[in-house]
Every structure is written in structure tokens, then in C-alpha cells.
Design a protein around this ligand. Structure first.
Ligand code: SF4
Ligand code: SF4
Length: 452
């Protein structure tokens, strides 16, 4: 498909002082949006509070280099799995884009969902779009001032709750709240929360569609994913043109009565009747608005509808095509790789550090000892006892707990000493072996003696 044009020098209706006001509409696609967005909002705000065995159900802990993923724990070493998940998500996005355009943007993208929430708050506090547009630029009277203050207060509240919840996926939210109540939260965390809240407030309240138009890379590279068979929100010009307002309509007029509603409800302020544009996020608000007009005019719905270029030209749209099959294959391979990766995650993580103070201790003519600090971290459920042993080419004895108890905490550092008798080489490779219930690990380190 040719490059999808970007409409820039365009002033939408209901615009004053450089701001334009989006008119909210109702209809079946808005209901679909509610069905997709409300569960996502509920999951976002709810999951952060869910705990499993006293641990957050979903947590990416930078502090402990640990990921709690729906009841199982992953080590930082399993991070590539998350990269795999993101590749699978991106493939799904591309697959959807080839099949149905930017439906992700219109129905599930957090930027869109939060923008709709902020617009709803704006309508709740300051009235409908036409009222807001009319009042824009007029001096603020007491009631309007109060309404505006209420709007910004609610926006700030929602932005703050969003920032707190988002941060709660990286630092346990109960810890953040407890620290905040006891005034013990670090300045870095305060700063982070403030930045996140400010970004949410600016993105969804002030900048809105400009993110979709100018910052989102998706709008730029969608041109390479669309083809003649991609179903996207389209205006059926063959049916709508020549457009004419009802009072001017003649026998040869099309179905479009030029009411402008499809433009007033568009969150990016474009006119879909100008054709496919990079700014269109496929939210289908214009479909609902136009279907409502067609209903009232007793004309068939679907003047604006999800349709491919082929369908608009009266041809059949192909379902199976190389681009779609390609992204579908990448998606299946990515899902398979991630599923395989999850079956082989790290269950036991060990780390051995040599005591930096003394290289070795000569106990007597025959015996030399080395000291180590050993970290053991378990990522498997019901794995609390880890047996430890040491092996090497010679007579070595381990001093320290032979069994490590992780019942209290799943991670611990312990001091150990290994003594070797009559060890000749100045450097000998030692192997520490760790055995838990169904999981084991081994780690090599060096045993040092005086050169002979
Ligand atoms: S809502 Fe429908 S009838 Fe009204 S201007 Fe848009 S396309 Fe034409
Ligand atoms: S043109 Fe229609 S589908 Fe596209 S962004 Fe505007 S309202 Fe949404």
C-alpha cells in the first residue's frame, strides 16, 4: 500500500485557542471498547494488590533481582523470557495490524484508554464538548472556576493513582504506602512517583492525541503493514459522495449529509472522509456516530465501517496472505519459545565470592585453608533445604553448614572455609555442588596455596 498520509495542517471542529474538544459518542464499538478497556483497567489497578504465599503475585524487583510472575519466581537470569514475551506481544500487534489496522491503538492502548478516562472526567466536570468549546476563551466565573478546579483535582488524583500502581509492580505497593505513611519514603522514590504522575497527567490530560500523531512510532510504520486487504476504519466514498446537507440534497446526492459528527467525535481530530490517514487510531468512534445518523435518516448503517480497500472497490478481501501468514508464524514460534523457556527456568541460583582479605591461611605444614562467602537463592516452591558439598583433585574438607536452611528467607549469604591437605599446585579448581528438592546447581571456584 502507498504511504499513508499524515494530516497535519487541519483544524478540527469544536476547537478554540488551539485546543479541540472531543465529543463523546455511544454505540456498539464504544461498548466493545468498554468490554476491552474496563477489564484492563481493573487488572492494572487490582493485580498489584494480589499476593501469593505472602509475596506479590506480579513484581519486577530491581532491588532483589527477582521477578514474581503469577505465583512462580524467576531470577534475573530468566529476563530473556520477558524479552521473548515482548517479541510475542509485538508479533501479535503486527499480526493484528495486518488484519485489522490499528485496533490495538483504538481499543487497548493505555494511552488511548487513559485519554478516554480523562475526557470522561472533563465531560463530567465541565460539560459536553460543544459547551466547553463555546466557553473556551471566556473569562472564568465562579462556577466554571470551581468546575475547572474539580477537573484538575480529579485528573491529578487519577494520575497519582496510576503512578503509584505502576510503581507498585517494581516495589511492593504495601511497602510504598507504609513508607509514605511513616514519612520514610526515599527522595528518589518520591521523585519517581512525581515524574510518573506528571507524565500521566500531561499525556492523557493535555497532550492526548499529539502522542498518537507525533510520538507513537506505530503510526509511522503502519504503512508497511497495511495492504489492500487490511480491514480498517474507512469511509465509503462511493456511497457517501457527493455529500450534501439535507436541505440541499438532490436526487444524485450521496448518503453523507455532511453533519460533521464523525469529525467531532474523533479523538485525533481528523476527517475520515479524506481517506486513510496515519493519525487514525481505528477507535471506531466515527463509525458509531455515523451509524447513529444513518439510523435517524432511515438509511443503512456502515457508511463508515471497518473495510479494506479491496472491499471498498467491490472485491473480496483475502483472509490468508503472505504478510499475515509471516507474522502469524513469527507469533507462533515466539509463543512456543517462551513456553519452552518457562519449562526450564532457574530454580537455584548460587554465587561464590572469595574472601578478599586473605588469599589463604596456612594452618600447618600440610594444611591450607581458603575462605568464601556463598549466596544461595531458591526460586522453587517447597525448596527450603539445600545440601552443600565440595569436590576437587585432592583431600578437601568443607567447614560450615552442610545443609542450608531457606525456610525463613529464600536467599542467604553464608561464610565457608575449605581446607586442603597436601595440595601441590598453587591454583586448584574446586567444585561446589548444591542439591535441593528436585533442583541442583554447581559452581566452580579456585583454591589457592603458596607456590612451591
Ligand atoms: S457522520 Fe456520517 S453523515 Fe455525518 S458527516 Fe460523517 S460521514 Fe457524513
Ligand atoms: S477517524 Fe474515526 S476511527 Fe480514526 S481516530 Fe478518528 S474517530 Fe477514530
Amino acid at each position: 500500500m502507498d504511504q499513508i498520509p499524515v494530516i497535519q495542517d487541519y483544524t478540527p471542529p469544536l476547537a478554540r485557542d488551539g485546543k479541540f474538544h472531543v465529543r463523546l459518542t455511544e454505540g456498539r464499538f464504544q461498548n466493545w471498547r468498554r468490554l476491552s478497556s474496563w477489564p484492563m483497567i481493573a487488572l492494572f489497578f487490582g493485580l498489584v494488590w494480589v499476593q501469593f504465599d505472602g509475596q506479590p503475585w506480579l513484581l519486577f524487583s530491581f532491588e532483589h533481582h527477582r521477578i514474581n510472575l503469577f505465583g512462580s519466581a524467576l531470577s534475573w537470569h530468566d529476563l530473556p523470557l520477558l524479552a521473548g514475551l515482548m517479541i510475542a506481544g509485538a508479533s501479535l500487534l503486527f499480526f493484528l495490524a495486518v488484519a485489522w489496522g490499528r485496533v490495538w491503538c483504538g481499543f487497548a492502548c493505555p494511552q488511548s484508554i487513559w485519554t478516554w478516562l480523562f475526557i470522561r472526567i472533563e465531560q463530567f466536570t465541565e460539560g459536553r464538548a460543544n459547551v466547553r468549546a463555546r466557553q473556551e476563551g471566556q473569562s472564568l466565573r465562579a462556577t466554571r472556576l470551581l468546575r475547572r478546579i474539580a477537573k484538575h483535582a480529579l485528573w491529578i488524583l487519577l494520575a497519582s493513582a496510576t503512578a503509584l500502581t505502576f510503581t507498585g509492580y517494581f516495589v511492593p505497593i504495601r511497602e510504598i504506602l507504609a513508607d509514605a505513611i511513616q514519612l520514610e519514603m526515599s527522595p528518589a522514590l518520591w521523585g519517581w512517583l512525581l515524574i510518573m504522575a506528571a507524565l500521566t497527567y500531561a499525556n492523557a490530560g493535555l497532550v492526548r492525541e499529539k502522542i498518537c500523531l507525533h510520538a507513537c512510532p506505530y503510526s509511522r510504520f503502519q504503512g508497511v503493514m497495511f495492504d489492500r486487504d487490511t480491514r480498517t476504519v474507512s469511509y465509503d466514498a462511493s456511497r457517501g459522495e457527493p455529500r450534501a446537507q439535507r436541505r440541499n440534497a438532490g436526487a444524485d446526492s450521496g448518503d453523507c449529509v455532511d453533519c460533521g459528527l464523525c469529525v467531532q467525535v474523533c479523538p485525533t481530530g481528523i476527517d475520515i472522509r479524506d481517506g486513510l490517514q496515519a493519525a487514525c487510531i481505528d477507535c471506531a468512534a466515527c463509525i458509531d456516530a455515523c451509524d447513529d445518523v444513518m439510523d435517524r435518516l432511515k438509511r443503512p448503517k456502515g457508511l463508515i465501517r471497518f473495510a479494506s480497500q479491496a472491499q471498498l472497490a467491490g472485491q473480496r478481501s483475502r483472509l490468508l496472505r503472505p504478510l499475515l501468514a509471516g507474522y502469524g508464524t513469527v507469533l507462533l514460534v515466539a509463543i512456543g519459545a517462551v513456553a519452552w523457556g518457562f519449562s526450564d527456568t532457574t530454580a537455584l541460583l548460587v554465587e561464590i565470592r572469595r574472601d578478599r582479605g586473605t588469599l589463604f591461611t596456612q594452618l600447618n605444614e600440610h594444611t591450607v585453608c581458603n575462605s568464601y562467602r556463598i549466596k544461595v537463592e531458591s526460586f522453587a516452591k517447597d525448596q527450603s533445604l539445600i545440601a552443600l558439598s565440595v569436590h576437587g583433585p585432592g583431600d578437601f574438607t568443607l567447614f560450615g553448614p552442610a545443609t542450608i536452611d531457606l525456610a525463613e528467607s529464600n536467599s542467604t549469604w553464608l561464610p565457608y572455609r575449605v581446607c586442603g591437605r597436601d595440595i601441590e599446585p598453587s591454583r586448584t579448581q574446586l567444585q561446589f555442588s548444591f542439591e535441593g528438592q528436585g533442583a541442583g546447581a554447581s559452581e566452580q571456584t579456585t583454591f589457592l596455596t603458596r607456590a612451591r
